[in-house]
Design a protein. Structure first.
Length: 350
């Protein structure tokens, strides 16, 4: 997919104040650790995550998404009347029906003719939303659009801790599929995409994207919830982390070859590379397999954990905030792998 007229006018992150360390989670898991004689520090050592953040109890995904969206709209300085579409792209939603986008739309007081719906694609939801919106912009369907994603990982963390402590039949092998649930953080992110004719100043272009999947492995990471992502949800997740890492990187390797051909790039082309934030081992393996210099990477996983669909775009937002001085036409690669297994890679020119 090649885009000729789509610009990223703004991208902003909105983070919770509460910080929860891996050490404090292990303290709460003392009954499990004592019974199975697990070494302290295991969680941070295996994941590379020192802390993650979570919203206050009672926070709904739409609330955080709307706050991120308002920041992105203000930064973009595009009138709300010109926002032709709103996509909510998070895994976390207020409820199964209606679309959480309707709540965000109402909070932001967007026009009644603004198309809005949810896009669900696991941790790739935001990138998928960017490609759908870019198609609409390049095809002349809308002038500008707003993407939001807000992940609420607290219910998943709390339910996992409760289950691990209460089920005395669990053995070491039984807790492995639940480990990834303890790496999840909460965050919100938003972006405004627009036609190049609306973009003022230095244009930040979305050049295009490539996609590849291997759905034979859709069973490797599966979440379950009978409701939305409020405090009362029964969210749980089972993940075969080792196999998911292996198969995900295999798909990424094939997609990277396709990506380089599509945009006539090589491993040295991108000056900045942002990936979905999973853990230290995942990042190291990915860069080794793709042959990319790890020095080009910007990482947030150590202090934010895995924030689902918000992880990759908020990592880009923080990287851009810290690297304000960039040469013209600065090439950026967004590399995403999501359970399913789906892999999307986006090429940007900043």
């Amino acid at each position: 997919m090649i885009y000729n007229q789509t610009c990223i006018q703004s991208i902003t992150a909105h983070l919770p104040e509460e910080r929860i360390s891996s050490a404090s989670i292990e303290e709460r898991l003392a009954p499990l650790y004592q019974r199975l004689r697990l070494p302290e520090g295991r969680l941070e050592m295996m994941s590379g995550i020192h802390e993650r953040r979570h919203w206050p109890s009672g926070t709904m995904p739409s609330q955080a998404a709307a706050e991120a969206g308002e920041k992105a709209l203000q930064q973009a300085d595009i009138p709300k009347k010109r926002i032709g579409a709103l996509f909510n792209c998070s895994v976390s939603r207020d409820f199964v029906e209606p679309a959480t986008s309707t709540v965000v739309h109402g909070r932001l007081r967007l026009p009644e003719n603004t198309l809005n719906f949810d896009i669900s694609n696991a941790c790739l939801g935001f990138l998928t939303g960017m490609t759908v919106m870019a198609n609409m912009i390049d095809n002349g369907e809308i002038e500008a659009g707003l993407l939001v994603a807000a992940e609420n990982g607290r219910p998943l963390m709390e339910n996992t801790i409760r289950l691990l402590n209460q089920d005395s039949s669990l053995k070491r092998k039984d807790i492995k599929p639940m480990f990834a649930s303890l790496t999840i953080g909460s965050a919100a992110v938003a972006a405004v995409l627009c036609h190049s004719s609306l973009s003022r100043g230095r244009q930040h272009r979305l050049l295009g994207a490539t996609h590849l999947c291997d759905t034979r492995y859709s069973h490797l990471c599966q979440g379950n919830s009978d409701s939305g992502m409020g405090d009362g949800s029964g969210a749980l997740m089972n993940t075969d982390a080792e196999e998911l890492l292996l198969r995900g990187v295999e798909v990424a390797k094939r997609n990277w070859e396709q990506f380089k051909r599509e945009f006539d790039w090589d491993e040295s082309t991108p000056e900045l590379v942002c990936t979905h934030q999973v853990g230290r081992a995942h990042r190291q393996t990915l860069y080794e397999m793709l042959g990319i210099d790890p020095a080009k990477d910007f990482s947030t996983v150590e202090c934010l954990g895995n924030c689902g669909s918000a992880s990759l775009p908020l990592t880009l937002a923080q990287a851009l905030e810290k690297r304000k001085e960039m040469k013209a036409q600065f090439p950026i690669a967004m590399l995403g792998i999501g359970s399913g297994i789906n892999c999307q890679m986006l090429a940007l020119q900043w």
